[in-house]
Design a protein around this ligand. Sequence first.
Ligand code: FPP
Length: 253
Amino acid sequence: MSSKETSASSLELDPEKIPAHVAVIMDGNGRWARKRLLNRVKGHEQGAETVRRIVRACRELGIRVLTLYAFSTENWERPKAEITALMTLLKKFLESEKAELLENGIRLTTIGETERLPAGVQQALSDVRAATAHLTDMTLNLALSYGGRSELVRMARRVAEKAACGELSPEAVDQDLVADLLYTRGLPDPDLLIRTSGEMRISNFLLWQIAYAEIFVTDTLWPDFSREELIDILKQFQQRERRFGKIKPEDRA
Ligand code: FPP
């Protein structure tokens, strides 16, 4: 038995039904801080600690890809001080976690308009992405300056460009081609989408990729989200019947 299987089955999880890709909308940092009469930035700091915990837990449980919605295209509208604090936290996270990612075989990838991020953050991202590019045990995929609609517009532009220069005929446009022109190229679609802090929204996240994802919304605020709650969600995920739009064989007439 591999260590991954030992870990999953000792937690009463079926190692065969561990989702390959978990995507998370990390919401509620601001509310966590407000409840404690603290500045919102304290909530983000605590949120970064949760990121560390959950990356570790996913690695231990054998989840192959973890995508975290860390900064949306809409988040650029937040007060400048909050944006600066988030960028500083992100840079610190990359610098402090690089060794742990390397040690645990975790590759860092990003999706989104990372060219809009401050130069220092871009530098830290390039450094960790390059240093971990060869690792294959797990992928930590950070959505940064990401928006699902922008991603689809970018894809449509590329299709139009290829068509305009005669490289692509309309019949050649299919789902594989579209998927290949998205930021997530090469990654499996998320099997499980988790949103913390209770809002029943998708918030422009992975609009194409979550077509058949199982969705779990928890009232827990992101800074309070724990390994135990993740395991509990995974247990519920394993109870769900995924039909991908089809019917069960026994229900066929
Ligand atoms: C949503 O909470 C959270 C964000 C906009 C940013 C997520 C950032 C982190 C978890 C920390 C840094 C990230 C990494 C990868 C180290 P909110 O501010 O919208 O909360 P609210 O809805 O309660 O106001």
